[in-house]
Write a protein that binds this ligand. Structure first.
Ligand code: BT5
Length: 251
């Protein structure tokens, strides 16, 4: 991981100080959670070159080969009295999509709630896990996997995934992508915490590939019409009834 040794977070960025680099780990989310539970401060980042137990939501696995991608987890503590963890996760997806647009020939999109895709293929995924003290979250671990340098996707995800290398035709390098991700997360989530979801909601709606399209999610099928002020996907079913879907996976 020579390309990341000596990485320094961009000037003025509140994330990545410290940034802990690991050649190999189980899951950076587990590492960041352990650090946060032991008192690690806002902005602490754990980044690994490879993971043996990288995970997505609902116990799914995240392909984490060495030398190719970014696998990182950010300890987020600020503003948690004002912003609920699911909104932070939505904001993080928006920030990642906007950051990756700096490296793709055509814009990326968000698949609600927070996959980042390019032409329908997954470029990045986000796993947000809150740590609670009583009923109040004391930290949210924002775990991010971004496919950067792989020229060929692993067999298991070849049909559904892509990388910056594939969509650009060349390797942008992990360090510039990491810098941009940290800057965008810092700026977008900082604004979200200071001003509320309304400050970024329209940006997210414009970038969400599901709006205006047919979706099936849980028991609901219909057309996604927008994202409401609480972050729920609003879906109008074929009877004209509007449902606010708070969680789930669009099929
Ligand atoms: C996610 O889950 O998209 C969240 C992934 C978060 C991974 C990061 S890496 C750093 C940190 N440490 C961790 O242990 N996790 C976080 P989900 O929406 O459940 O998507 C998982 C699905 O995406 C899998 O079932 C595959 O279909 C697909 N997938 C697996 N690996 C992938 C990859 N490298 N690129 C694109 N798609 C992948």
């Amino acid at each position: 991981m020579d390309d990341l040794l000596g990485f320094v977070s961009p000037p003025g960025c509140g994330l990545g100080r410290p940034l802990i680099l690991k050649a190999l780990t189980g899951s950076t989310n587990d590492d960041a959670r352990a650090l946060a539970s032991a008192g690690a401060g806002h902005g602490t980042v754990v980044l690994a070159d490879a993971q043996t137990a990288g995970r997505g939501r609902l116990g799914r696995a995240w392909c984490s080969p060495a030398g190719e991608n970014l696998y990182l987890s950010v300890v987020w503590r600020s503003g948690l009295d004002a912003i609920e963890p699911p909104l932070l996760a939505l904001g993080a997806g928006l920030a990642v999509s906007e950051a990756l647009d700096g490296f793709t020939p055509t814009p990326t999109a968000v698949k609600w709630p927070n996959d980042v895709r390019h032409r329908g293929r997954k470029l990045a995924g986000l796993l947000a896990e809150a740590i609670y003290r009583g009923t109040q979250p004391s930290a949210v671990i924002l775990g991010l996997g971004v496919n950067v340098r792989g020229a060929v996707m692993p067999e298991a995800i070849a049909e559904i995934a892509t990388s910056l290398r594939i969509v650009r035709g060349d390797d942008p390098g992990r360090a510039p992508v990491l810098s941009s991700l940290l800057e965008h997360l810092d700026a977008t989530l900082g604004r979200l915490c200071a001003e509320g979801f309304g400050a970024i909601r329209q940006r997210l709606i414009e970038r969400c590939e599901n709006i205006g399209a047919r979706v099936s999610i849980g028991e609901v099928s219909g057309v996604a019409i927008d994202i409401d002020p609480a972050g729920a996907l609003r879906v109008r079913d074929d009877q004209g009834v509007v449902h606010a879907v708070r969680a789930g996976e669009i099929r």
